[in-house]
Design a protein around this ligand. Structure first.
Ligand code: PBG
Length: 334
């Protein structure tokens, strides 16, 4: 209720915006380094890091540079790292064999990072076949060229076992196959990996904002993923996916992409009692960097504002390619 005294405004919300200290004190949302998760790519056939054109500042790592990046993340207080393997082109095949090779590139990444940082960072791995298949889909194909849900589940179970054997703390199933969470949970438990947790990509949309990621993993995908990833038009199916993932044993759930899906994030955060993550994806990163490079946007402010918005909409954790940089800025009190 607004009261007025004579001709003066009775309420002055601006009083609480007068100084940086006042704004800091009344802030409802804060970012913390431990809430940030750094996605990182290890590429097989390279001797020095390869910069990604569409993601300035992000590289495909060598084994050496990946270990260094993980150590830096720990130093900055980052919460976790999400690992992706980029195999040699010649190792890709129809079923994504390299994804279940105990010495495949993602398993190498997990072992290296675990060796480097131990338990000081939550080590996560992308559990999906698209980096390893020659057709670029997230699963295996049937005779008609469709992604075969149940045949893919068998591959995911195998992937979960080798990733856990390599020392991962948390697997991140991102393929959007029906029943993937249950199959992976059972495979982990049966292999004695009861303590390996799962961050399920629960609401993952078929999004144009993954564009730059395809360069990052050297994806050979032609076409799209609309028969398995969700339609951007829908919200109710996210709630259904959420229900299923929780029933199947997901420990944490994720919404992806981030900024275009704040409404989904808010609804999911309100509906669950497990930790909720948001993924600020490659295209979101690229848009800010591209506009900033042209002087069209204040890069540092845009980064902080977008991350704060994801937190405000309900994300407890945020996957962001800026994780280490932002953690360092937060540590400096910026
Ligand atoms: C699937 C996967 C993708 C991303 C993360 N895991 C690509 C896709 O679903 O097409 C995208 C991440 C990003 O764009 O930053 N392995």
């Amino acid at each position: 209720m607004t009261t007025t005294y004579g001709s003066f405004p009775g309420a002055r919300p601006r009083r609480l915006r007068t100084t940086p200290a006042m704004r800091r004190m009344v802030a409802e949302t804060r970012l913390h380094p431990a809430d940030l998760i750094l996605p990182a790519f290890l590429r097989e056939d390279i001797t020095k890091p390869v910069p990604l054109e569409a993601m300035p500042g992000v590289v495909q790592h060598t084994r050496h540079s990946l270990r260094k990046a993980a150590a830096e993340a720990v130093e900055a207080g980052v919460g976790g790292i999400m690992l992706y393997g980029v195999p040699e082109e010649s190792k890709k095949d129809a079923t994504g064999t390299a994804g279940t090779d105990p010495d495949g590139i993602l398993q190498v990444a997990i072992r290296d990072v675990r060796y480097e940082v131990g338990d000081d960072l939550v080590i996560m791995s992308d559990l999906c076949l698209d980096e390893y298949t020659d057709h670029g889909h997230c699963g295996v194909l049937d005779a008609e060229g469709r992604v075969d849900n149940d045949a893919t589940l068998e591959r995911y179970a195998e992937m979960a076992r080798v990733q856990a054997d390599a020392g991962v703390h948390t697997v991140g199933p991102s393929g959007m196959m029906d029943g993937q969470v249950r199959v992976i949970r059972e495979a982990l438990d049966a292999a004695g990996h009861q303590d390996v947790s799962m961050l399920a990509y629960t609401a993952k949309y078929a999004s144009a904002f993954y564009g730059p990621f395809r360069e990052a993993v050297g994806s050979s995908l032609k076409g799209d993923r609309k028969t398995y990833q969700q339609d951007p038009a829908n919200v109710r199916e996210s709630l259904r996916e959420l229900e299923l993932d929780l029933a199947e044993g997901a420990d944490m759930v994720m919404v992806k992409p981030g900024l275009p899906y704040l409404d989904i994030l808010r609804q999911i955060a309100d509906a669950v009692d497990v930790p909720v993550a948001a993924y600020q994806v490659s295209g979101e990163y690229a848009m800010v960097e591209a506009a900033a490079a042209r002087g069209w946007i204040d890069r540092d402010r845009a980064i902080m504002e977008s991350l704060t918005s994801l937190r405000r909409a309900g994300a407890g954790m945020i996957l962001t390619y800026w994780a280490t940089e932002v953690a360092q800025r937060l540590n400096r009190g910026e």
